[in-house]
Design a binder for this molecule. Structure first.
Ligand code: PAF
Length: 298
C-alpha cells in the first residue's frame, strides 16, 4: 500500500457518530464536500480528500463498512479495518468531520428501502455480485441525505460504481455534484485498493498483470485497432501469462456500460477487468482514449 504524503499539517478532525451530531457539526459552514469510504484508507482516498480540501470549505469523510453491498459469501467480516491509522490519514488531509455511523444507525431494524439503479448496474460487477450496486446506491443516497454535501468525490477505480451513482443522482435529482478522480496506482501499476492488503508484497507485484493487460489494450487502440474482440484478445494474452489469474471479465464498454463490438473515439469508452488472484477479487479499468473527458459533473 502506498504511503499517504507525509509532512502535511495535522488537523484534528471532529469525529461524529449520529446524524444529529453531524448536522450540528456542519451547520452554516459553507460549501460541503463528502468523500464516502469504507475505511482502511490509502493514497487513493487521500487524493480524493486533498482535491476536496482544495474546492470545499468543509470536508467530511464517512467511514462505514456497508454490509448491504457485500454478498453472503463475500469478505464483510474480513474487510480490513484500522481506525487509528485512518484517523491519522484524515488528519493529514485536513478533514474537518469524520462521520462514522454504526450499522444500527444506518440500518435500524425497521429499515426496508432499497435504491435500484437499472441499466448501467446490470452487467460486469452487477452480474458477478448480485445486489452489490443496490447496496452501494442505497448507502450513498443515505450518506448524501445525511451530510447534504455540495460535492461528493469518488475514485474512477470503481468505474461502474461511479456510473451507477451518477445515474442515481441524475434520475433522483439529488442536489450534489459528483466528481470522479483518476485511479491512483502503485509504482508497479497496481490500482490502489483496500483489498490489496489481503496480498503479500510479492502477490501485489504479480497482480500488476491486470494493469499491464489494460495498458496493452490501450496501446492496441492507440495503434489503430478498433475491433473490440481483438482489443480484448490483446488483454487476455497478457493475463494468460500468469496462471494465478482467474478471469471474471475483461470488457470494452461505452458510457452506458454496454460492451462494444467496434470502438469509437468516445472518451468515455473504457476497458474494465475483474479477476481473482490469490483468492482476492480485484478490479481495474483504463480509458482507451487518452484525452480526459469532462467527467467532473453529474
Ligand atoms: O467505494 C467505496 O468505498 C464504497 O462502495 C462506498 C462508495 C463508500 C459505498 O459504501
Amino acid at each position: 500500500m502506498a504511503n499517504v504524503a507525509e509532512g502535511a499539517a495535522q488537523v484534528q478532525p471532529q469525529v461524529v457518530h449520529s446524524p444529529e451530531a453531524l448536522r450540528s457539526a456542519l451547520s452554516g459552514r459553507g460549501r460541503v464536500g463528502l468523500v464516502p469510504t469504507m475505511g482502511y484508507l490509502h493514497d487513493g482516498h487521500a487524493t480524493l480528500m486533498r482535491r476536496a480540501r482544495e474546492v470545499c470549505d468543509v470536508l467530511v469523510v464517512s467511514i462505514f463498512v456497508n454490509p448491504l453491498q457485500f454478498g453472503p459469501s463475500e469478505d464483510l467480516a474480513a474487510y480490513p479495518r484500522d481506525l487509528k491509522r485512518d484517523l491519522g490519514v484524515v488528519g493529514e488531509a485536513g478533514v474537518d468531520v469524520v462521520f462514522m455511523p454504526s450499522t444500527e444507525t444506518m440500518y435500524p431494524p425497521a429499515f426496508d428501502t432499497r435504491v435500484v439503479v437499472s441499466g448501467v448496474s446490470e452487467g460486469l460487477d452487477g452480474a458477478s455480485r448480485p445486489g452489490h450496486f443496490v447496496g452501494v446506491a442505497t448507502v450513498v443516497l443515505k450518506l448524501l441525505n445525511l451530510v447534504r454535501p455540495d460535492v461528493a468525490f469518488f475514485g474512477e477505480k470503481d468505474w461502474q460504481q461511479l456510473a451507477v451513482l451518477r445515474q442515481m443522482v441524475r434520475d433522483l435529482n439529488v442536489p450534489v455534484e459528483v466528481v470522479g478522480l483518476p485511479t491512483v496506482r502503485a509504482p508497479s501499476g497496481l490500482a490502489l485498493s483496500s483489498r490489496n492488503s489481503y496480498l503479500t508484497a510479492e502477490q501485489q507485484a504479480r497482480a500488476a498483470v491486470l494493469s499491464r493487460a489494460l495498458a496493452a489494450v490501450r496501446s492496441a487502440y492507440a495503434a489503430g485497432e478498433r475491433e473490440a474482440s481483438k482489443l480484448r484478445q490483446t488483454g487476455l494474452d497478457v493475463l494468460s501469462e500468469d496462471p494465478e489469474v482467474t478471469l471474471d471479465y475483461l470488457s470494452v464498454v461505452g458510457r452506458d456500460m454496454q460492451e462494444r463490438e467496434v470502438v469509437d473515439n468516445d472518451p468515455m469508452t473504457r476497458v474494465l477487468v475483474a479477476a481473482r488472484m490469490f483468492g482476492v477479487r480485484l478490479i481495474d479499468n483504463m480509458p482507451l482514449v487518452s484525452v480526459r473527458p469532462e467527467m467532473d459533473s453529474a
